[in-house]
Write a protein that binds this ligand. Structure first.
Ligand SMILES: *[C@@H]1O[C@H](CO)[C@@H](O)[C@H](O)[C@H]1NC(C)=O
Ligand SMILES: *[C@@H]1O[C@H](CO)[C@@H](O)[C@H](O)[C@H]1NC(C)=O
Ligand SMILES: *[C@@H]1O[C@H](CO)[C@@H](O)[C@H](O)[C@H]1NC(C)=O
Ligand SMILES: *[C@@H]1O[C@H](CO)[C@@H](O)[C@H](O)[C@H]1NC(C)=O
Ligand SMILES: *[C@@H]1O[C@H](CO)[C@@H](O)[C@H](O)[C@H]1NC(C)=O
Ligand SMILES: *[C@@H]1O[C@H](CO)[C@@H](O)[C@H](O)[C@H]1NC(C)=O
Length: 357
């Protein structure tokens, strides 16, 4: 980066900071696991939804830009659906990189684009959902556009990897729009098929390695356990998750066969989550989480969410005193400490290693 653009980035950073506008929040830079004969990625691209979004979703439409999101880090909302960090921060840390900046700041912080970009938008799916934000196809179009505009060359993309998050918004949308139980398995197949098309396209654009996260047990999220006072998982939902994950495994195998490679792989979020959820492993420095079903921040009654306020600004949610003691931050998203625990599991670490093989 030349001095001028460096100063410009610093200026923008300060500008955002001082004006109280969105600022770039650096993720944790964790230790780089050196692998002498391996591949050292220089860029990270992220696609998908709120499990990966670090600030793309517009301020007006999303809870992630409102208090109490971001209270642990950086101390105010950063556009992340967490009290602190999300998966992208940890994956970037694993790769020894800074968190890629959100796509929507590519012009203001152009000096950072060479480290990759985050194209993920909270609430989105491979298909359109209730959220009017770019679906995954459109997110990949954004990358293609940048290639067409010579922001990235194919040669440079050979040093890049992609994190793909599909956390289940297509499925929530299916349920919200009264999709039938009988047709659900067929719908799951169509979601996975579309995901496969998307991953192939990211590969064809020149990205070297593509890791896709498996689905967590959605039946155990606070959103789905609230009805039982955060006591019981919905096993029907978990069975559907298993179907998704099995189909995803087949899809990744097929992609590797088609390209005669091992460039596609699954980041095993599902097992990592279960390890933490089951409390079978303590995580660095802290005990296992207390009731793992219970979120830190939750609407007072149905129809209210973490961060909801009434006309008078009165808060319509409860907030725990210490987010570090909770696995879930809100109805659907892990806390920063939850992500850290998930990231630290052997299931997650071992599958992440495929980025640098
Ligand atoms: C994604 O969004 C674009 C633009 O709104 C739309 O044309 C396209 O059909 C969507 N793709 C899928 C797979 O739903
Ligand atoms: C990029 O260029 C290709 C080939 O010229 C074209 O097919 C595609 O529509 C362009 N995509 C975007 C998003 O501009
Ligand atoms: C789904 O069903 C509910 C209850 O029957 C109804 O209120 C709602 O409008 C329906 N939604 C859609 C998108 O069809
Ligand atoms: C579990 O999830 C299924 C599918 O989403 C839903 O139809 C069912 O009502 C849920 N069961 C309970 C007990 O909430
Ligand atoms: C796949 O890779 C192997 C090992 O590099 C090679 O021997 C084989 O010819 C390749 N097959 C195809 C279809 O490209
Ligand atoms: C977690 O617990 C569930 C239910 O008891 C069990 O099926 C699963 O194997 C456990 N998973 C891990 C990774 O401990």
């Amino acid at each position: 980066m030349d001095t001028q653009s460096f100063l410009f980035s610093v200026f923008c950073f300060l500008f955002y900071f001082l004006s109280g506008e969105p600022q770039v929040v650096e993720g944790t830079r964790l230790s780089w696991t050196s692998s002498p004969f391996g591949f050292k990625p220089k860029m990270l691209f992220a696609f998908g939804d709120s499990y990966a979004d670090t600030g793309n979703t517009k301020i007006a439409v999303t809870r992630s830009w409102h208090f109490p999101y971001g209270i642990t880090f950086p101390g105010k909302p950063s556009g992340r659906f967490s009290d602190g960090f999300v998966s992208t921060d940890f994956v970037a840390g694993f790769l020894g990189m800074k968190t890629p900046i959100p796509y929507r700041w590519r012009k203001e912080l152009s000096g950072r684009v060479k480290y990759g970009l985050n194209f993920a938008y909270g609430g989105t799916g491979v298909f359109d959902t209730l959220v009017a934000e770019p679906n995954m196809t459109t997110q990949i179009d954004f990358l293609q556009q940048l290639i067409n505009d010579s922001v990235y060359t194919k040669r440079v993309l050979r040093t890049s990897v992609a994190l793909v998050s599909l956390a289940g918004n297509d499925y929530s949308y299916y349920l919200e729009t009264n999709g039938s139980a009988a047709a659900f398995p067929g719908f799951i197949q169509s979601v996975v098929n579309q995901l496969m098309v998307n991953m192939k396209r990211i590969h064809d654009l020149g990205v070297r390695k593509i890791g896709v996260m498996s689905l967590i047990s959605l039946g155990c999220t606070p959103q789905n356990t609230a009805g039982s006072s955060f006591q019981r998982c919905n096993e029907t939902e978990n069975d559907l998750v298993m179907l998704h994950n099995n189909l995803l495994l087949q899809a990744v195998d097929t992609l590797n066969q088609q390209t005669n490679s091992t460039l596609f792989f699954i980041i095993d979020l599902h097992n990592a989550f279960l390890t933490v959820f089951n409390g079978t492993e303590t995580h660095q420095g802290s005990p296992t989480f207390e009731n793992p079903f219970e979120p830190c921040c939750f609407g007072v009654t149905e129809g209210f969410f973490c961060g909801s306020v009434d006309e008078n600004g009165g808060k319509k949610y409860t907030l725990c005193s210490n987010p570090k003691t909770k696995l879930f931050w809100d109805g659907n998203h892990p806390t920063s400490e939850g992500w850290r625990a998930i990231y630290s599991t052997p299931a997650f670490q071992n599958t992440l290693k495929q980025f640098i093989d």
